[in-house]
Ligand binder design. Structure first.
Ligand code: SAM
Length: 233
């Protein structure tokens, strides 16, 4: 899907995005974000950039886990950012979490400036993944770490077949109904299918310059956290 269509889709589903997420993942999304936040192991005063911040769920989970960190969220959907900003204000976190409009392929952020960069369920929407990964490398400080959380499929054959059934036949109609679109959750399944497999994605991260790459599987591999590090100078 082209970036303009992706943006339009998130504008449409923004008001009900949080509900859809929790309902359709059986609240696993909350646990996955906690694991992502825990994985960062930040030093005091660290600066974290959450790309494709959406409604700020990850940004807030990081801020709640590390109250002395500063979190900046970037997204290209004004509708998602609006929901996120209201939530940040309601939780009294406006002094720690700020959101700004921007594109993951051309970040409005200085080079070598952030300690950790997270992107959760966002990268599979970006057609030019190489541009985004190069941009992530640019803005990280030397020694800074990248965390990409994405949907995937379980490795275990029986679980794979059961999950594929849910993902291909149950999730699209139910998700489309809840999101009041006739395409958002059909697109979700397609976009997960078109995301590279683990070795290819790790190779893409490495091609952008990252080292110390690793993968953490969550909930039988339904979600994964891919990590890399920008070489310290
Ligand atoms: C599935 S949502 C994920 C939101 C959030 N990270 C979460 O975990 O709930 C994907 C988000 O990526 C954003 N997005 C997609 N492509 C983008 C791009 N090129 N630059 C910035 N944001 C983008 C969308 O606007 C949307 O808010």
């Amino acid at each position: 899907m082209k970036d303009t269509a992706v943006k339009a889709m998130f504008e449409t589903i923004a008001p009900s995005y949080d509900f859809q997420n929790s309902f359709l993942s059986l609240r696993r999304d909350i646990y996955w974000r906690q694991v992502l936040a825990d994985s960062l192991m930040l030093d005091t005063g660290a600066l974290v950039l959450d790309v494709a911040v959406g409604t700020a769920e990850v940004a807030l989970a990081i801020s709640e886990r590390y109250p002395l960190a500063r979190v900046v969220g970037v997204d290209f959907s004004p509708g998602m950012l609006e929901v996120g900003r209201k939530k940040i204000a309601a939780r009294g976190a406006a002094d720690k979490v700020t959101l700004t409009a921007g594109d993951g392929r051309q970040l409005p952020i200085k080079s070598d400036s952030v300690d950790a960069l997270t992107i959760s369920f966002g990268l599979r929407n970006v057609e030019e993944r190489d541009l985004a990964l190069n941009e992530f490398y640019r803005v990280l400080k030397p020694g800074g770490r990248l965390f990409v959380m994405e949907f995937s499929y379980p490795d275990q054959p029986l679980l794979y077949r059961l999950y594929r059934f849910y993902f291909d036949y149950i999730l699209p109609p139910v998700g489309n109904l809840i999101s009041r679109t006739n395409y958002a959750y059909s697109y979700l399944a397609e976009s997960v299918d078109s995301f590279p497999d683990d070795p290819h994605f790790i190779a893409e991260i490495a091609a952008a310059g990252f080292t110390d790459t690793k993968i953490k599987k969550l909930t039988f591999g339904i979600a994964k956290i891919f990590q890399g590090r920008k070489e310290a100078q």
